[in-house]
Design a protein around this ligand. Structure first.
Ligand SMILES: [Zn+2]
Length: 404
């Protein structure tokens, strides 16, 4: 990568080099274990001119998302989050047509359908989109760009509300995607985007959320610049606890936008104070990540030496950055479990940890359970309460190693 994908500058500064890792959604079948696995360098850089944090687009979304393993409906808290969002947005905006981009298995739009409001999902993964259609959510299999946006507008009319959650980081052509959003939304409509916040990523050492499928990492300042490339203006921002810290950006076509809210000004001030509007906030990030890696490895090596068993909980994409960066193989982590049956019998990419159904934990009664989706700490602590019956303990690797 030689130039910034937002502003074209060649002034990119390295911030964190995580080595070379495989694509984090490429879970391996038994047969694939005998085949070579390609790894790609995972190096986060910041544009010194526009401050967009980015990694090179070495893996295209077409490679990742055509057949995708992630079904949002498997996360209880995620479904609850989507319902609360729909309740609030419908109440305030009274939309008559809602479009969701990257609508996954219809986990959000099914609440819109329930209310009798017209809607359409745009989802690139055929297998995930099929699940949405089966749940009664109209879904079009496509990636969003200016052409798809214009085609949907021509066929269905402009949308009063366009939702784009957990996708704005996943698009290497952020300018084309933003133009697609602008094509979808009515001239007096709203665009609502949820994306991870770079402020919490840096402050809480969430280095495992950096992976090949996430091409850019936003502050509110850099997101505002990205939105402007497609003719959208940032109006409001909410701070959310999802993914360990996300932002919900509310944007409108420039002519309808008006002044940004006080909340926008407040979050921009916090980012600036944290040194994220220049390079100073990134200086010690790599050192903190190195410390976290050593702490986790020391714990796992000691547990193995003492004959204690450690298994994992969850096989999220970010777990694969952590496992590969730290070099954790089945001698240190016997297996992990996941609620998604698609992953059962498969192996995590790179380090090849077997993935089993969650029931396996109660059968084996391990001494420690390493929680890879640490962002769902509360939900998972509840689900794993039974581990205490045999004196087992939970291990959280981020923001700092914690055994509870
Ligand atoms: Zn730039």
């Amino acid at each position: 990568m030689t130039t910034c994908r937002l502003c074209g500058s060649s002034n990119l500064a390295g911030v964190l080099d995580l080595g070379a890792t495989p694509p984090c959604e490429r879970f391996l079948t038994e047969e694939m274990l005998g085949e070579p696995e390609i790894t790609y360098p995972l190096h986060l850089r910041i544009c010194a001119d526009c401050r967009l944090a980015q990694i090179p687009p070495l893996i295209t979304p077409e490679e990742t998302f055509t057949e995708y393993a992630y079904f949002s409906s498997y996360s209880t808290s995620w479904v609850r989050h989507a319902r609360a969002y729909v309740d609030d947005a419908v109440e305030r905006l009274r939309p008559s047509f809602v479009v969701e981009v990257a609508s996954n298995d219809g986990y959000l739009l099914r609440h819109v359908v329930e209310r009798g409001i017209r809607c359409l999902g745009i989802e690139p993964s055929a297998n995930v989109g099929r699940a949405a259609k089966e749940a009664g959510v109209p879904t079009r299999t496509a990636f969003l760009g200016p052409e798809t946006g214009a085609a949907v507008r021509a066929e269905h009319g402009p949308a009063d509300l366009v939702v784009a959650n957990n996708v704005y980081a996943h698009v290497p052509d952020v300018v084309g995607f933003t133009e697609g959003l602008r094509a979808l939304v009515a001239d007096d409509g709203w665009v609502s985007i949820e994306v991870q916040h770079l402020l919490t990523l840096v402050e809480l050492n969430q280095y495992d959320t950096i992976y090949h499928e996430h091409f850019q990492y936003y502050t509110v300042a850099s997101a505002r610049r990205a939105l402007a490339t497609g003719g959208l203006a940032l109006v409001d921002v909410e701070l959310l606890p999802t993914h360990g810290g996300s932002i919900r950006l509310w944007a409108r076509p420039e002519d309808a936008a008006g002044e940004p809210s006080d909340r926008v000004v407040e979050v921009l001030d916090r980012e600036k104070a944290a040194g994220l509007h220049d390079m100073s906030g990134y200086v010690e990030f790599a050192d903190r990540v190195a410390t976290l890696r050593r702490d986790l490895l020391r714990f796992l090596v000691d547990a193995a030496a003492e004959g204690r068993t450690v298994v994992g909980y969850g096989a999220p994409g970010k777990g694969n950055t952590l496992l590969n960066h730290c070099g954790i193989r089945p001698d240190l982590l016997r297996y992990t479990v996941d609620r998604n049956p698609y992953k059962h019998g498969r192996y995590t990419p790179g380090v090849r940890i077997p993935i089993l159904p969650p029931e396996r934990i109660a059968l084996d009664r391990p001494d420690y359970v390493l929680v890879l989706p640490w962002n769902l700490r509360e939900e998972i602590t509840g689900q794993l309460a039974y581990v205490r019956e045999w004196g087992g303990r939970l291990v959280f690797p981020i923001p700092a190693l914690e055994v509870v």
